[in-house]
Design a protein around this ligand. Structure first.
Ligand code: FE2
Ligand code: FE2
Length: 377
């Protein structure tokens, strides 16, 4: 036996059989992917718009270490807003007779707002890791070389996004929250699916639209300079990712049968309509020493009395991104307008002609804007 040849009966430690979707321990989760990996022998660059986007992505790489000033002091109390719809709801719940939080004042409300903020950034961090793995899956599974090249740049982008949200939490705010079961299920489904385009549809079109809405909303509300710059740079990347999804899927869906398109329409209907019934983060209450089950009735009563839906503004921003983008894929009108009818019933078609991000990613490009300003001065 040569030195490089492994012995046939090498002793391996006994490893347990891992069933699908098993959580091995608190530190890792195993996901089994059912998609084929595609190796290509065609290296021709025949998708000009993807070539342009790839070149743009390479030129727009930024550094989490050089471009962000981590020495910035962050005061969590100054960071939070006590006048958001969610906080108005909590203030309403204080007034409900028999409320378990009836003794709450400004100090507790501020603590709640800080924990809520940490919970939100934690979902961004986990979602970004999901995006990193989904982009890596696209590198492996998409049958076009230009798309493999582009998705590789996106994988790097998403690594940077995961890293900066994790660092912001760790160095400025404190312990992160676990991934919400809703987001975890959504991302896991994409990573398991055997169809390469479903990873695109779920990540580039649905979750990236969610991210654009959530990051944009936070950017409008925050004055903190480190977080502002971080969000502007992340948004610049995300807008490009959505454009990548639309370019690729619009081409692919042109060649699918009505039955295959129906699958995609159903996927969108199920994932977006379910999103409308999201609830608050129970762990935030647990950390503040108030069991969520105890405060939930008071919150529900306050929501009914005040007619407040804390997610209304966010949903509007999300659907304003999502619906026009899905229209560009031809998925509203395939199968005699199956998705159009579903979304119309849910009131979403009002967003059909909202501003979209398929083609205007350049206007989001804060990295290029900052570099141009620096070279002018
Ligand atoms: Fe991202
Ligand atoms: Fe992204």
């Amino acid at each position: 036996m040569s030195a490089t040849q492994a012995p046939e009966s090498a002793e391996l430690p006994d490893l347990p059989e891992l069933p699908d979707k098993v959580v091995v321990d608190d530190a890792i989760k195993v996901i089994h992917d059912h998609a084929d990996r595609i190796f290509l022998w065609e290296y021709g660059r025949d998708r000009a718009q993807l070539v342009t986007l790839y070149n743009k992505a390479m030129a727009s790489q930024w550094s989490s270490v050089i471009d962000l000033d981590w020495s910035t002091d962050v005061d969590p109390e100054a960071l939070v807003d006590l006048d958001t719809p969610m906080l108005r709801l909590v203030k309403g719940a204080i007034e409900v007779p028999g409320s378990p939080i009836k003794s709450w004042g400004e100090k507790e409300l501020t603590a709640y707002a800080i924990e809520g903020f940490k919970a939100q950034l934690s979902q961004f961090m986990h979602g970004e890791q999901g995006a990193m793995m989904t982009a890596a899956k696209i590198v492996e599974t998409v049958p076009w070389i230009d798309a493999k090249y582009y998705a590789s740049t996106q994988t790097m982008d998403e690594a940077r996004h995961t890293e900066v949200f994790a660092k912001y939490l760790q160095t400025k705010l404190g312990d992160p929250y676990p991934m919400s079961p809703y987001l975890e299920e959504q991302v896991t489904t994409l990573l398991e699916d055997s169809r390469w385009d479903i990873a695109y549809l779920g990540m580039q079109i649905i979750i990236e639209s969610l991210a654009l809405a959530a990051f944009g909303d936070l950017l409008r509300r925050t004055e903190e300079p480190l977080l502002r710059k971080l969000l502007r740079y992340v948004l610049a990347d995300e807008a490009r990712h959505v454009a990548f999804g639309i370019l690729s899927l619009a081409e692919f869906y042109e060649h699918l049968s009505e039955a295959e398109l129906k699958d995609r329409q159903e996927f969108l209907a199920e994932n977006t309509l379910r999103n409308r019934s999201r609830s608050t983060t129970p762990e935030v209450w647990d950390r503040l020493g108030v069991p969520f089950e105890k405060v939930a009735p008071a919150l529900a009563e306050a929501a009914a009395a005040l007619k407040v839906n804390p997610f209304a503004g966010f949903q509007k921003a999300f659907f304003s991104k999502l619906v026009p983008n899905v229209g560009k894929l031809g998925l509203l009108d395939a199968n005699n307008g199956y998705l159009r009818k579903q979304w119309d019933t849910a009131g979403l078609m009002a967003y059909e002609f909202a501003e979209d991000t398929a083609s205007d990613y350049a206007s989001y490009d804060a990295v290029a804007q900052d570099r141009a300003a620096a070279s002018d001065s």
